[in-house]
Design a protein around this ligand. Structure first.
Ligand code: TXA
Ligand code: MG
Length: 304
């Protein structure tokens, strides 16, 4: 099915239009504070199926369910004390909590890939919040890019990846965080970090220390071109992405700020991917704090 993809600026009219599209069972691309999401009514199995179809996902990975607030989240999932504490601390914000799913909460089983758990997030972006209010539905939303490609941090990235496959993109400008949410599972009385992200959890939180990424292929965040990590300078034919004092055609953060680097990471990978160079090299990024999530994404991108 080839659709004509409209791009509308974020305002009240376009949110009303996006809500109409969502309630008709079609996904729409909408910015969140992390990356652009491809949002569909999580209570409508065929709308959720349209997400997988538009993304060309090879398998049904469980999707993150976005909700307006913690009360709605607690109607869908069961929060232990640990989970509730994290939710109260970090929501709205870039934290996804995987908790046991309540039966009869109306979430399509396709959205959770048939699992007994559910990933929930209260996003902190006015466009996604407005869409949640306008539809009154929980919204399943993976990143709004074709499967296996770099997550979109701008409406143009979404358009490049999904034009013809989705009806509508809400353009809210570049996303603030640039990295997908931190995912923490609280399903069996302990917390497990499933995906590092913008929120770094306190060391005192009882983590097992493992980093898992269920349903994530190693190449999940891949640019189309080969990527060389920890480069100190470009080889012949490489587009160099610098960091700090290591120069390149572009730089994640000339001042060495990890926050800035995270926000620009996917942007610069997109830029490198569409350059005339055949390959990409990237400078080493400090492996602490937000740098842990950045390096996780880079390793996946390089594994493609
Ligand atoms: O920042 C984000 O999280 C963005 C924005 C749009 O909110 N969304 C996002 O979704 O990154 P996606 O589909 O690209 O990644 C969702 C990840 C998957 O890797 C999946 O394995 C994990 O969340 N996940 C979701 N529900 C889960 C569950 N019940 N159990 C384990 N993992 C789950
Ligand atoms: Mg994704």
């Amino acid at each position: 099915m080839v659709l004509q993809t409209r791009i509308l600026p974020f305002d009240a009219d376009s949110i009303a239009e996006a809500a109409r599209v969502v309630l008709s069972g079609e996904p729409v691309a909408v910015p969140t504070e992390t990356v652009y999401g491809l949002a569909a009514d999580a209570t409508n199995a065929s709308a959720v199926a349209r997400i997988y179809e538009a993304k060309g996902r090879p398998s049904f990975n469980p999707l993150i369910i976005h909700v307006a607030n913690i009360e709605v989240a607690e109607r869908i999932g069961e929060f232990c004390d640990f989970a509730r504490k994290l939710a109260e601390e970090h929501w709205p914000g870039p934290l996804t909590l995987v908790v046991p799913r309540r039966e009869n909460a109306g979430i399509a089983s396709l959205a959770t890939a048939g699992l007994q758990s559910v990933g929930l997030r209260v996003p902190n972006h006015p466009a996604m919040q407005a869409l949640l209010q306008a539809t009154g539905r929980p919204l399943a939303a993976p990143s709004a890019n074709a499967s296996g490609t770099i997550s979109p941090t701008r409406a143009e990235h979404v358009a490049r990846s999904l034009s013809g496959r989705i009806a509508l993109i809400i353009d809210g400008g570049p996303t603030e965080r640039g990295l997908e949410s931190t995912i923490v599972a609280a399903t069996d009385g302990e917390l497990r970090l499933l995906r590092p992200g913008p929120i770094q959890l306190q060391a005192e939180t009882a983590f097992s220390g493992r980093i898992e990424a269920p349903g994530q292929m190693a190449s999940h965040y891949a640019p189309a071109k080969p990527l060389r990590l920890n480069a100190t300078s470009a080889n012949e034919g490489e587009y160099m992405i610098g960091f700090g004092a290591i120069q390149g055609e572009s730089n994640l953060s000339p001042s060495g700020s990890l926050t800035e680097a995270a926000a620009r990471l996917f942007d610069l990978l997109h830029e490198a991917d569409s350059s005339s160079k055949a390959r990409i090299a990237i400078a080493p990024v400090t492996n602490e704090g937000l740098g842990i999530a950045i390096n996780d994404r880079l390793r996946r991108a390089a594994a493609a």
